[in-house]
Design a protein around this ligand. Structure first.
Ligand code: NAG
Ligand code: NAG
Length: 320
């Protein structure tokens, strides 16, 4: 009897060890934690994009070509592209660029919500101007800077960004965190027919998508779609929740999202301190769907303090 008991005890320990070993092996293979999601393949990538920069009827310039860019999907995140800006004189004031030797097919406002992260902004501007010019699209970088000392309101800054994009005649926006950099050149910065989650794989999350409904970091959306969902909620002060609210608005409006195939959607995340979470975010999320018609772009109010044309970007200084 005693012998049997001892034997069982030993067995239990072995079982626990084996389970731990299996768990350990499981965790060292990152793709085991990946959420699998449908994506647009390389071959369908260009046809999924909205052509939004048609030339005037008497303009005879040829369209720029994008096939090679997508086919090669060059790895771009190398030090020479991160550390210094190539031919800065080619960039127009306000951080705008369009190729001169062909007609760009895509025209995009890159909207960056911002406050007090100078060194990140510097890296972002250097890298993104190197990156986006190689794509041969027409773009302009807008930095929407919160100039008050209230908690950071990322979603509201995007709403403000959409007002500014419209004023500058853009109908495609890429809503972009300042700490995320695309690593492959084939992630074309245009709008897809459906809103697109562009950073499915982020370095900090071992390049895996955390959950299917994740719709933050870097996304593309047309101004029409943004208006259809009444923009984003203005109520999320501090970190977290606003992305899930964004997704809930799209779902409530029956607008699905899309993603490009890996590795087009791989991003590097610059190191940063963790922000103070918004403790009210879960309460707000509960009513996201009910609230979306009457709270958002149609209740947006803010104080525009300045629009400054900088060499590498257009700075919009606001009180939220
Ligand atoms: C196109 O036509 C308009 C009006 O006729 C004219 O003002 C403009 O300069 C023309 N553009 C080009 C590129 O020829
Ligand atoms: C607001 O902008 C001014 C001018 O750039 C700056 O001196 C000030 O520190 C900013 N305040 C906040 C809270 O960001």
């Amino acid at each position: 009897m005693l012998k049997q008991l001892k034997a069982r005890k030993w067995n239990n320990t072995t079982v626990v060890c084996i389970i731990l070993l299996i768990f350990f092996i499981y965790t060292i293979f990152p793709s085991n934690f990946a959420t699998h999601y449908p994506y647009i393949s390389k071959d369908d990538l260009i046809s999924s994009l909205v052509v939004n920069n048609l030339p005037k009827s008497n303009d005879t310039q040829e369209f720029c070509k994008y096939q090679d860019l997508v086919r090669n999907n060059e790895y771009f995140y190398v030090s020479e592209n991160i550390e210094k800006i190539h031919e800065p004189e080619d960039i127009n004031a306000g951080g705008e660029f369009f190729p001169l030797d062909c007609q760009a097919v895509y025209r995009t406002a890159v909207i960056v919500p911002y406050r007090n992260r100078e060194s990140q902004l510097e890296t972002f501007l250097i890298y993104m101007h190197n990156y986006l010019r190689r794509q041969r699209i027409h773009y302009r970088i807008f930095v929407i800077e919160q100039n008050d000392s209230k908690p950071f309101n990322r979603a509201k800054l995007f709403n403000i960004g959409s007002v500014i994009a419209k004023r500058f005649n853009y109908n495609c926006m890429i809503l972009h965190d300042v700490d995320l950099l695309p690593m492959y050149l084939g992630q074309l910065y245009g709008c897809t027919t459906l809103p697109r989650h562009m950073c499915a794989g982020v370095s900090d999350f071992r390049y895996n998508l955390l959950y299917k409904e994740l719709f933050g970091g870097v996304v593309s959306i047309t101004l029409d779609q943004f208006n259809q969902i009444n923009g984003l909620s203005n109520l999320y002060e501090g970190w977290g929740g606003e992305d899930d609210d964004f997704f809930a608005r799209l779902e409530a409006t029956k607008i699905p999202i899309c993603r490009f195939a890996p590795p087009f959607n791989i991003y590097y995340m610059l190191p940063h301190k963790k922000e103070t979470p918004n403790s009210n975010r879960r309460n707000l999320l509960v009513n996201a769907v009910q609230r979306h018609r009457y709270e958002g772009l149609n209740t947006l109010n803010f104080k525009e303090k300045a629009v400054e044309i900088k060499t590498l970007f257009t700075r919009v200084l606001v009180d939220t």
